[in-house]
Design a protein. Structure first.
Length: 399
């Protein structure tokens, strides 16, 4: 089936937002065996939107739209689809009732303008939107499918995963499964060399990509049945794990903080932080982990020397070695561990300045048995990732 994506919104054409929805949908379509051939962007203008949709309807079997389903006058996706198909918009009582119920639950009076979100045409069926007020549309006519989804990425992605993708699977003759493997500590070239036998394989197909949290590998298998595709994935995974071993820290939707959190819970250990340079980035990432209270005691932001001393760092270390030093990073980790009564402490201190163009950051880690400090270049995200990787290594070394 030939597929087309239409991203709707003047703000996209003005460069005010990045069209991440099109990239997301493009990545998803290949797992359905759909042949994406066109991606269009169009402003909130009824005539131009009708023109783009009419062209898509003529040449594509599947059209996916994002945006333009809101309650304001410039949200015109419904109107454009109705005009393109020469069908009349009417309020669906069930949708109106559901919409009014949501506003009542929120303790709000529903504006009249929101009623347009309860409209349908005869060829459209509503798609539930668990994250917002705008239901999507599933339009099926003349051997074609048009799916209208909301613009906010969180709403679109949940609607796709829970509502749209399962319906589209029935139109795919091929089962396509994928699994992503996430690594750290090796360069892209080194990873490529280690898995080189798989890179030449057509099924499964393997790709290697550089990401902010390390090098990732995506394994894609195609087969007539899900059972056969699963077997191909399992065989490919075995080869990848044999080649990369403990450099693999997670798969698919795993994050480093989730991987570290699992290890801490498994080993019954707790963690405390004292951050300077990173300004709370590591604390924020750990508190995003479900049930982080099971392993995370807390994070202390000690940006000044006075704060470090008040939280337990020996002032003589700061005056002797400087606030940004190997010794102070270790002392920050010790102080956080002691103050919050944790099993493991991490301290991060660093600086960006013109006299040190690459910056300098020290990450201290103490677990009661071993103390270590690593030196890394600046960049809060990179430092946070490094801290998590080093913590994971330490936890694995504990056995």
């Amino acid at each position: 089936m030939k597929a087309e994506i239409v991203s709707i919104g003047t703000e996209i054409l003005l460069g005010e937002i990045t069209d991440t929805n099109a990239a997301y949908l493009a990545g998803q379509l290949r797992f359905l065996g759909m042949d994406l051939q066109w991606v269009s962007q169009v402003s909130d203008n009824l005539a131009r939107l009708v023109e783009v949709l009419r062209r898509a309807w003529q040449r594509s079997g599947l059209i996916l739209t994002s945006g333009g389903l809101g309650p304001t006058d410039d949200d015109l996706t419904r109107e454009a689809i109705a005009e393109m198909l020469d069908e009349k918009l009417e309020i669906a009582p069930s949708l109106e009732k559901e919409l009014r119920s949501r506003f009542t639950q929120w303790g709000m009076t529903m504006p009249l303008s929101n009623l347009k979100q309860a409209t349908l045409i005869p060829s459209a069926r509503p798609i539930n939107n668990a994250q917002g007020t705008a239901p999507g549309w599933w339009v099926e006519r003349d051997g074609r499918i048009l799916v209208a989804m909301p613009g906010p990425s969180r709403e679109l992605q949940e609607m796709w995963q829970k509502e749209v993708q399962p319906r589209l699977r029935q139109y795919s003759a091929t089962t396509i499964l994928a699994k992503t493997f996430k690594t750290f500590g090796l360069s892209e070239a080194a990873v490529g060399e280690l898995v080189s036998p798989l890179l030449s394989s057509e099924n499964p197909n393997l790709g290697v990509y550089a990401r902010a949290d390390g090098i990732q590998l995506r394994l894609i298998a195609r087969a007539e049945t899900e059972k056969e595709a699963s077997r191909i994935i399992a065989e490919g995974e075995a080869s990848i794990r044999a080649a990369l071993g403990e450099h693999i820290w997670g798969t698919d939707d795993d994050t480093l903080e989730m991987a570290v959190g699992r290890l801490l819970v498994e080993k019954g250990l707790s963690l405390a932080l004292m951050e300077d340079y990173s300004g709370g980035w590591l604390t924020a990432s750990l508190t995003d982990v479900p049930e982080s209270a099971r392993f995370f005691k807390g994070g202390l932001i000690a940006y000044s020397s006075e704060a470090k001393v008040a939280l337990g760092v020996d002032g003589k270390l700061i005056s002797t070695y400087g606030a940004v030093s190997h010794q102070v990073a270790e002392a920050m980790a010790e102080a956080a561990k002691a103050l919050l009564r944790a099993d493991i402490g991490i301290g991060i201190t660093g600086i960006d300045e013109t006299s040190r163009p690459n910056g300098v950051v020290y990450i201290g880690m103490v677990d009661g048995k071993n103390n270590q400090v690593v030196n890394r270049p600046r960049g809060k995200r990179r430092v946070t990732t490094t801290a998590l990787v080093e913590l994971r290594k330490s936890l694995l070394a504990l056995g």
